[in-house]
Design a protein around this ligand. Structure first.
Ligand SMILES: [Mg+2]
Ligand SMILES: [Zn+2]
Length: 229
């Protein structure tokens, strides 16, 4: 029902919620396996200030399992990503990357390798008038820390550096269940990039079911975020 889309605790605002409704109708086209029907965290925050981005599968092409992005040669930027980040920057939004990099714990590459990849990526972004405000990575193996998504450590690292960040005025955009789970544990709007790629993974269906919204690429998600503000 249409009015069920209005977030709890405030009256239905026609212009805003109608755009949200359009979005939700739109998302069914992508999340056709699992239409998102739970209205609990539906809304994109009305005072959005921070966009958290997962890295692999959102900004750059995810390597087929079990491979990792170990060097710049493995970092293939997805279509439209620099422009999408530039649009977020121009809208005055803070853009922060949160990435699990278990490959460091596995000895496949080092933290310095990851920093080199991110520096090279920033140079590409810069030539497109875009920038990432900060990168936070978890270098640990499973069960070793509080910062491997879906645990909240990377969010707390971000709020330590940027004290005005709040979950209620942020969104998380990711391509995996861990990203969606991370966001929901923090009460944050969770946006799934569901590219319906050839590499279906366990958890994909759950991610679709639990995501607030679902798009097939970062540029599409950014268009929706900026349209609804
Ligand atoms: Mg990912
Ligand atoms: Zn960690």
């Amino acid at each position: 029902m249409m009015w069920a889309l209005a977030p709890e605790g405030r009256p239905f605002k026609l212009a805003h919620d109608f755009r949200l409704l359009k979005l939700q109708v739109g998302l069914r086209a992508h999340c056709y396996h699992y239409p998102v029907t739970d209205p609990a965290p539906t809304a994109i925050p009305r005072h959005l200030t921070t966009v958290f981005l997962d890295r692999d599968g959102v900004l750059n092409k995810k390597m087929p399992e079990p491979r990792y992005v170990a060097s710049w040669a493995d970092f293939h930027i997805l279509p439209g990503v620099p422009d999408a980040i530039a649009r977020l920057n121009r809208a005055g939004l803070r853009v922060i990357v949160l990435s699990n990099q278990r490959g460091i714990a596995l000895g496949l590459y080092t933290a310095a390798d990851v920093e080199a990849i991110h520096s090279a990526f920033q140079r590409i972004l810069s030539s497109n008038g875009a920038h990432i405000d900060a990168f936070f990575i978890c270098p640990h193996d499973r069960g070793q820390c509080n910062c491997r998504k879906p645990l909240p450590g990377l969010f707390h690292q971000a709020t330590a550096q940027f004290p005005t960040i709040a979950a209620a005025s942020s969104v998380m955009i990711g391509d995996s269940l861990v990203d969606i789970d991370f966001a929901r544990r923090l009460g944050m709007t969770a946006i799934l990039i569901d590219s319906n790629s050839e590499h279906a993974r366990p958890g994909d269906e759950s991610a679709r079911a639990l995501a607030t919204l679902c798009f097939s690429s970062l540029p599409e998600a950014v268009s929706a975020l900026l349209d609804i503000r």
